[in-house]
Write a protein that binds this ligand. Sequence first.
Ligand SMILES: [Zn+2]
Length: 297
Amino acid sequence: MIHEIEELFERQARAWPQLAKGIEGLAWAKTRRVRIDWFDVFIRHIPHRIGSTTASVDRNSVAKRSCFLCRENLPPEEEGVQFDDNFTIYCNPFPIVDHHLTIAHREHRWQGIANHFGNMLELAAALPGYFVIYNGPECGASAPDHMHFQAGSRGLLPIEKDTAELTGITVPNYGRNVFLLRGRERYGLIHRMDHAIDILAEATGKTAEPLVNIAVFHEKEEWVTYLFPRGKHRPEVFHTGELTVSPASIDLCGIFVVPLAHDFEKITGDAIAAIFREVTLPDSQFQEVAGKLENAR
Ligand SMILES: [Zn+2]
């Protein structure tokens, strides 16, 4: 699979100008590292992310535009690699990390993790050296109307180094609430994820899916999954225009995307910690959910 993906990238970078432009844009991206208590964040200035960062994802706006993940709407140059009966892997023309992939369902169906976390684990196992992410429809997915994952090279992903020695469900948290689910057994992990989603839905009063971002990678026969429960979609600084940032899975994993140059110059580690604190689940709810998850282990 990895070999096919490598070939896809080489082929598409030659045949598809938009992807070539995205890869070049990423190569020029400036990166600045900040330490926030126990974890690192790489702040990346990536101008071509402005569309995703500011995308209107409410149901009305989404209904009015044509879906950019439906096969019939793809640019003529774009091709993919079939992963299984349902999912096809494409190169993402607006990359945040090297080998940034979009993995889209063949059908136009609403973004949702129920019944699809198993696919995510399979993708991670089939793509060593990559992480796979899921952004919920109300907290980061720029196509909430079309089921998809993303994946990318783990080379720069800070969170996995930060949490390498940890074995519990919660991790020391400084503004970033996250659950850590590790395991070698696929069904056991799916069961734990389903349970976590149920508890979060109950705790946050959501009848549909609770707001979550998920990241997973597979190494030494083990899956490592980060579940970020969210309290809200965009931070207040986005709405006031103070900072044009809209964190999703990759940002919460420690690669913080900043599309505008003046934001890149001024944003601080403290500001990022405050944004994480604001958009992830508030501490009291997080502790309540953590307690239930610990009991269920
Ligand atoms: Zn679609």
